[in-house]
Design a protein around this ligand. Structure first.
Ligand code: FER
Length: 288
């Protein structure tokens, strides 16, 4: 177990305009849906010649939107979340490799679009890996200088976005090596099945991994939540079960593929900054 640490206050302070990355609006199609995502482009990716960068995909929580992780690009940096300043500073300080961070939505773009959550959103989070792999990743790789390789991609999410993340690993992991589920378990068996059916939930994840022909060296997970989080019971039961499922999962402390990071936090993006700051440099250390 890794004890989560709060981000330093300086990570919340925007860099001087022009020194950091940009927050861009990005449009792509998925079937009949015209979709919108936000994209953080690291400063190093402007006029970068042939250089290519890793990409991190982050999925929002139930009822939220593609703007939940970053805030609106229409607002001033001071009115947004700390995520852009934090990424800028971690990259500038040589902690994190310059990388793109993409925040899509698993909700459709139709006008009557209901932002359902919890059990109703699980139909969407269970399927989003298809859109990620067939539409979003190809669109990002076409529009931006990203490395076209699963070793240079991470997928993570908060709450129902964590549910979407576990589904990418279980069903569509050919595109992604690194996983960052935050405050959410895998609802393969039922809602909060990590608590009610930890063994069957773990079986579903491992069966999915096996079906894809992947081995334990092909994926790495940084799972995180807080002891005061509504996902604590379900996620801790599930992760503790997974930690004993050798060889498919084993603790990173033993050189394995699963890190379990615990804070004192609750169910809010405010605690995700800490988890993201801890996880991303493990996936994409500076100088790699
Ligand atoms: C969880 C606890 C809560 C979880 C999701 C939620 C996927 C989401 C609740 C909501 O959208 O209202 O363990 O895991």
């Amino acid at each position: 177990m890794i004890r989560s640490e709060r981000i330093p206050e300086r990570y919340r302070i925007p860099l001087e305009t022009g020194d950091g990355g940009d927050l861009l609006e990005f449009r792509y199609s998925h079937g009949d849906n015209e979709k919108r995502a936000l994209v953080y482009r690291p400063a190093a990716a402007k006029n970068c010649g042939e250089r290519k960068f890793p990409a991190v995909y982050l999925f929002h929580g139930g009822g939220d939107s593609e703007e939940s992780f970053f805030g609106s690009p229409a607002k001033s940096p001071a009115e947004r979340t700390p995520l852009v300043p934090m990424l800028d500073r971690m990259i500038a300080e040589g902690i994190l490799a310059p990388c793109f961070v993409v925040t899509p939505t698993y909700y459709g773009s139709d006008p009557g679009n209901a932002r359902v959550h919890a059990g109703d959103a699980a139909k969407l989070t269970g399927e989003f890996w298809r859109e990620l792999n067939s539409s979003l990743i190809p669109a990002v790789d076409t529009a931006f200088p990203t490395v076209r390789d699963r070793d240079s991609r991470a997928a993570g999410g908060f709450s129902m976005g964590a549910e979407a993340t576990w589904n990418v690993l279980a069903k569509g992991a050919e595109t992604v090596r690194y996983y960052l589920p935050m405050s959410g378990d895998f609802w393969a068996v039922e809602v909060k099945g990590g608590a009610t059916h930890p063994s069957e939930t773990s079986d579903a994840l491992i069966d999915g991994i096996k079906k894809q022909g992947l081995g334990p060296g092909d994926y790495e997970i940084f799972a995180a939540t807080g002891t005061g989080d509504i996902a604590w019971d379900a996620m801790s039961a599930m992760v503790n079960e997974l930690l004993g499922r050798r060889p498919w999962f084993s603790p990173s402390e033993d050189g394995g593929n699963l890190s379990w990071c615990v804070s004192e936090g609750w169910h809010a993006y405010e605690w995700c900054w800490d988890y993201i700051a801890a996880a991303l440099p493990r996936f994409f250390p500076a100088g790699k």
